[in-house]
Design a protein around this ligand. Structure first.
Ligand code: GS8
Length: 219
């Protein structure tokens, strides 16, 4: 059975989301490389953990999980009293507000930002050409969403209030790559969003996570 096992690649955003929480909690786990380039995510042994054939996947004893946000929530909950509290469940309203912004990341931010990152950064890995029309459409959709973030972050330091939470952390992986694209101005043009990003990305746990987010053959 053993302890926690994370399957994925450190450069994969959705894997990095989980590594970010593990680093924030400073807990031990085993990392098992599943190389997308070699198609290892479609092997029967991996499909037994995630039948959708995507990284990351996770095991803790008998428990098998996939979907990075379900995994981050499990780890944050399991280690609630160790390291940084990421859930703030001691107060019902605070906990619900963390959940709310976790959903905003998943439902509003990620669908647009992930396409921008894919088009501007990941495609280049394969020598593919960026679809500029798609990128512009996503930028147009995410701009008003980020305006809501800007207004929110004028009133509090972090998305869920005055305390850093899972909601902030879940944004880090894709934003890390967004900042390496020509569309980083989505963040840098909004002073409060930029200050928030500088704060959350300079946490030691994230600095350590981001160090692993390299594309070896194009870096
Ligand atoms: C998405 C996983 C995903 O797209 C989650 O875990 O949050 N909603 C899921 N994984 C990509 C790698 S990018 O990090 C993947 O496995 N792609 C290969 C494929 O889809 O075949």
């Amino acid at each position: 059975m053993g302890g926690m096992k994370l399957y994925g690649m450190p450069m994969s955003t959705n894997t990095a989301r989980v590594i970010g929480v593990l680093n924030e909690k400073n807990v031990e786990y085993e990392f098992i490389l599943v190389n997308l380039g070699k198609g290892e995510h479609k092997l029967e042994s991996f499909l037994a953990i995630n039948p959708f054939g995507q990284i990351p996947a996770f095991e803790d004893g008998d428990l098998k999980l996939f979907e990075s946000r379900a995994i981050t929530k499990y780890i944050a909950y399991k280690y609630m009293s160790e390291g940084t509290d990421l859930l703030h469940m001691g107060d019902l309203n605070e906990g619900a507000t963390v959940d709310l912004w976790v959903e905003v990341e998943a439902q509003q931010y990620n669908p647009q930002i992930s396409v921008i990152v894919y088009e501007c950064l990941i495609k280049k890995l394969f020598g593919d050409v960026t679809d500029e029309t798609k990128v512009e459409a996503c930028c147009a959709k995410v701009a008003p969403i980020l305006d809501v973030y800007e207004d929110r972050l004028k009133t509090c330091k972090y998305l869920a209030g005055e305390k850093f939470s899972l909601a902030d952390l879940n944004h880090c992986a894709y934003t890390e790559y967004l900042m390496r694209t020509p569309k980083a101005d989505l963040i840098t043009s909004r002073p409060h969003v930029l200050a928030w990003w500088k704060d959350i990305s300079s946490r030691p746990a994230w600095v350590k996570t981001a160090a692993g987010m390299q594309f070896p053959h194009i870096a």
